[in-house]
Design a binder for this molecule. Structure first.
Ligand code: RUQ
Ligand code: CUA
Length: 658
């Protein structure tokens, strides 16, 4: 029996156990106190915003805590027909990559921007795992405003990690790739994995004022798999820590061949040193092709820039830049405690949770207490760096967060529980079963230097019987746990959009006052905006017909259009003239092989339509905006190719065209 089958057996038993326990926790005696703690009266607001990753739906979802209310699905890496993200002409460039237009991704880790080690509520950074990218969301508008592709990377999983003042956002590769000396990913035989493949860690510079991202440099690290990362704090704030697995460098059947070593590594990288080496000119510029997509703040039009070069550092040529700490076994999460001293590592296949000491690491480095090197990178002695081990912590540890009161909480995937332990004694203090098989956990501020404590959200991988069944595909499940006392208390189950990996939460007061209510029409710099209904127009330019349309309660102008011919491409540029909160207008055209657009007050959005049939089609506003919303409609006439029906358009008795 291999380790895998033992684990499946254990999971199976625990799931059964869990199913029995579920009856108990579902009892009403348990719930009255808990219900009060999560009750947010109608019309009241939640205390925290929570941002949960959407995993393979490629989006972010926004919840209120403690209620668990879903507030918004926020599109990032996947097209969203609901509001036209990735379908409108303005937003399509956001999804451009060096592979072409990519309409989907797998989003794992949201991280809030930081000032002085604390989340500041300005931006949210998130990673695309599949086609390596990092996106920035502006929390004034809850819009994705920037997407940067990461070259020399594959499976951008340990990403994106901000330093304490968001000087950099750091993104590491999961799969190593064969990188040519001159740059670019090479075409090589796959059994040359060991010789040719390397990982990369990208340092993305963030503009302190506007948040704009740019790759400053990359470190080309040994060809292992890199899984997760965490930035240091306080004394360790110049450092970033990465877990690695497959230090065996197996190229095939990794579930066995990448699980042979007793210990893999935590890679410790001094980013301040890296910066110095780059300043000294140690970095080599190599070729790369990657896209940088940005939404213009004034026009709301996205554009793509193609970048061709990237600077790289080789750690073997940069002493003091990188060290390896042996760590059991196939480690997943690495988490630094609020003081910056303890580096907790959760080894998926380890029976204990090792906690490394930053100060011991520094002493070991000073004393050159190395047991050897890997590709020229010194390997520290486990015994010299370890601060303590949490024994009998649970099975399948994945991630750890902190409450700021000296306690750590680790998620146990296999034994399906949250385990609370003491950061000084490394003793287990409490256990809370979760349903089922928790992945990430999140405490508001639990990854910062001063956690808000109070709540813990467990994001579970398996749902089974927790909700009414919905066929083979079930909703995902999160659980809210009260961590304010000595013992954890289960408060709430809430379903989530698939599939939450990590999450972030922040007090609502840090975001709410800055939230934009509408865009000012007089500041709209969209090249096809019209700011007055009288300026409505339809113009033919060869085979292209541009419709400049306005929307205001409760009509579209124009609402009748003739003179479109088969073979034309029509662009509807719709400006929403409203200057009030919460009055979007939608726009859709019958038979259009596209989504709708949803236009915010003061904004202009463009919908492309290539008619596929002659006749008359209707168009209408899709958002129930007023009592006369159903009247917010119109017709477009499509005539045969080459017909002589001229362009003509009108609304009411305003008529234009021939
Ligand atoms: S991962 S369940 Cu993609 Cu963050 Cu650990
Ligand atoms: Cu505008 Cu409905």
């Amino acid at each position: 029996m291999n380790i895998r089958s033992i684990y499946s057996l254990v999971v199976g038993c625990l799931l059964l156990l869990g199913a029995c326990k579920q009856g108990e926790t579902g009892s009403s005696a348990f719930s009255s106190d808990a219900a009060q703690k999560v009750y947010v009266a109608p019309g009241e607001h939640d205390e925290f915003y929570a941002f949960l990753s959407g995993g393979y739906n490629g989006q972010m979802s926004v919840y209120g805590l403690p209620s668990g209310r879903l507030l918004k699905m926020l599109p990032v890496f996947s097209q969203n027909p609901e509001n036209g993200y990735g379908y409108s002409e303005e937003s399509k460039p956001m999804l451009n990559t060096s592979f072409g237009f990519v309409p989907w991704d797998d989003l794992h880790h949201p991280k809030l921007s930081r000032t002085d080690g604390m989340a500041d509520g300005r931006w949210l950074f998130v990673n695309a795992n599949n086609t390596p990218r990092v996106a920035r969301i502006d929390l004034k508008t809850f819009k994705t405003v920037e997407i940067l592709e990461i070259p020399n990377s594959s499976g951008n999983h340990c990403s994106p990690y901000p330093t304490n003042n968001t000087e950099y956002v750091i993104a590491g590769t999961r799969f190593s790739v064969p990188i040519a000396g001159e740059g670019g990913i090479m075409d090589v035989p796959l059994d040359e994995y060991k010789e040719k493949f390397r990982g990369s860690i990208s340092f993305i510079k963030v503009d302190p004022e506007h948040g704009d991202m740019d790759i400053s440099f990359q470190i080309l690290v040994p060809g292992f798999d890199y899984d997760l990362a965490n930035g240091g704090k306080g004394p360790s704030e110049d450092w970033v820590f990465f877990t690695s697995y497959n230090t065996e460098q197996a190229g095939t059947l990794k579930e066995i061949n990448a699980s042979l070593n007793d210990k893999d590594f935590v890679a410790a990288i001094n980013w301040k040193k890296a910066e110095e080496y780059v300043k000294q000119g140690k970095a080599k510029e190599i070729e790369a092709e990657y896209y940088h997509n940005k939404l213009d703040e004034k026009s709301h039009v996205a554009s793509s820039e193609v970048k061709k070069k990237v600077k790289v550092l080789y750690p073997e040529d940069c002493p003091g830049l990188m060290y390896l700490i042996p760590t059991p076994k196939s480690p997943h999460g690495v988490d630094v405690d609020p003081s910056g001293e303890y580096i907790t590592v959760s080894g998926k296949l380890a029976s204990l949770v090792p906690v490394h000491s930053f100060s011991k690491m520094m002493t070991a480095i000073e004393n050159e207490d190395f047991i050897g090197d890997a590709y020229g990178i010194p390997i520290l002695r486990y015994e010299s760096v370890i601060a303590g081990e949490v024994k009998e912590a649970g099975l399948g540890p994945l991630h750890t967060e902190f409450d700021g009161r000296g306690n750590a909480y680790t998620s146990m995937f296999v034994s399906s529980e949250i385990v609370k332990w003491d950061l000084k004694t490394f003793e287990v203090l409490d256990r809370m079963p979760v349903y089922y098989s928790v992945g990430h956990l999140m405490i508001p501020g639990g990854d910062t230097k001063d956690p808000y404590g109070k709540y813990l959200v467990a994001m579970n991988k398996i749902t089974k019987d927790r909700y009414l069944p919905t066929g083979p595909e079930l909703t995902h499940s999160a659980q809210l746990i009260d961590i304010s006392g000595d013992k954890m208390k289960m408060l709430l189950d809430f379903p989530t959009l698939s599939e939450p990996h990590y999450a972030q939460a922040i007090p609502a007061d840090l975001i709410k006052p800055n939230s934009v209510k509408f865009y000012r029409l007089d500041e709209n710099e969209h090249p096809h905006a019209i700011k007055n209904e009288n300026d409505m127009k339809v113009e033919r330019n060869g085979n292209v017909v541009n419709v400049y349309m306005t929307a205001i309660r409760s009509h579209l102008a124009p609402d009748n259009i003739e003179g479109i011919h088969m073979g034309d491409t029509v662009y509807f540029h719709v400006t929403n003239l409203e200057q009030d909160w919460d009055v979007p207008h939608g726009f859709a055209v019958m038979g259009n092989q596209n989504a709708e657009i949803l236009v915010m007050p003061g904004e202009t959005q463009t919908l492309k339509w290539v008619p596929t049939k002659e006749g008359v089609v209707s168009f209408y506003c899709t958002d129930f905006c007023s009592a006369l919303h159903q009247e917010m409609q119109g017709y477009a006439r499509v005539s045969a190719k080459g017909s002589n029906v001229p362009i003509k358009y009108w609304v009411g008795n305003k008529r234009k065209g021939s």
